[in-house]
Design a protein around this ligand. Structure first.
Ligand SMILES: Nc1ncnc2c1ncn2[C@@H]1O[C@H](COP(=O)(O)OP(=O)(O)O)[C@@H](O)[C@H]1O
Ligand SMILES: [Mg+2]
Length: 259
């Protein structure tokens, strides 16, 4: 991997909201097939980081490259702006899954999964429909194709959201706390789907508080603190033998109760 161009390279990424600097210079190179778990306290900038990678937030400074090609141009103020063509390219190559599913309520499950390929990629509806069926099957929901999202459980809705992201055939998948809004008994079915994807060698960045899952899922773990990567390493290094006091304190809060 040493010589290969990273699939994603982030350099000196900063993001401020007014006077509040949330990301304070993030550098990250992600190789093909890497699976990165991102941990950190609420407010540490995890969501903002993922949202900047796919330009749902405009980075205040820094550089983002996909396969060695920069996305966006830095203005004199440092702010990165992407042209609509660049954004389209980005949206076909980076898929994102949110805590709150964000499915279109007025569309059936199948239409939700077809939407991106048809509107962003200009795919013919018949082809998009066939692909959507395949991806729904992949997440175990082929029989729900004609339902509306609100008839589905949270776990099912999140699996539809994953199928919708997969239908764009992205190189990179970003997950922002994909199980945080689910009832505990529905978490497993979503994590199973994500683990299945990880076995296909996909490149993924996952924000999660499911530390046990992160341990099994990730090739690398990042601990974000106050807008910086405070510590990173293998799951064993960061989750079992963290070097930094902040990381240790964060992890302790998750293991306060043993029985
Ligand atoms: N759109 C926004 N406008 C203003 N402040 C924001 C916005 N999004 C996030 N923030 C602020 O940025 C900080 C980091 O938020 P976030 O990235 O959501 O953290 P995390 O996902 O780690 O909990 C918080 O202080 C939050 O209030
Ligand atoms: Mg968040």
């Amino acid at each position: 991997m040493a010589d290969a161009t990273p699939v994603l390279a982030v350099e000196g990424l900063r993001k401020s909201f007014g006077p509040n600097e949330v990301l304070k210079g993030i550098d990250l190179k992600v190789g093909a097939g890497e699976r990165i778990a991102i941990l950190g306290s609420s407010g540490s900038g995890k969501s903002t980081f993922l949202r900047c990678i796919n330009f749902m937030e405009t980075p205040s400074a820094g550089r983002i490259e996909l396969d060695g090609a920069p996305i966006g141009t830095q203005g004199r103020d440092g702010v990165l702006t992407a042209k609509s063509g660049e954004l389209r390219r980005l949206r076909t190559r980076v898929g994102m899954i949110f805590q709150q599913f964000n499915l279109f309520p007025h569309m059936t499950v199948l239409e939700n999964v077809m939407e991106g390929p048809v509107t962003v990629k200009g795919m013919k509806r018949e082809e998009a429909r066939a692909k959507a069926q395949d991806y729904l099957k992949r997440v175990g929901l082929a029989e729900k194709a004609d339902q509306y999202p609100q008839r589905l459980s949270g776990g099912q809705q999140q699996r539809v959201a994953i199928a919708r992201a997969l239908a764009m055939e992205p190189e990179i998948l970003l997950f922002d706390e994909p199980t945080s809004s689910l009832d505990p008994e529905l978490v497993g079915e979503v994590l199973d789907v994500i683990l299945g994807l990880s076995q296909e060698g996909r490149t993924m960045l996952l924000v999660t508080h499911e530390l046990g899952f992160a341990y099994h899922f990730a090739t690398r773990v990042l601990f974000l603190h106050e807008g910086r990567i405070h510590e990173q390493g293998t799951p064993d290094e960061v989750l079992k033998n963290p070097r930094e006091e902040r990381t240790q304190a964060f992890l302790r809060r998750f293991s306060a109760f043993h029985f």
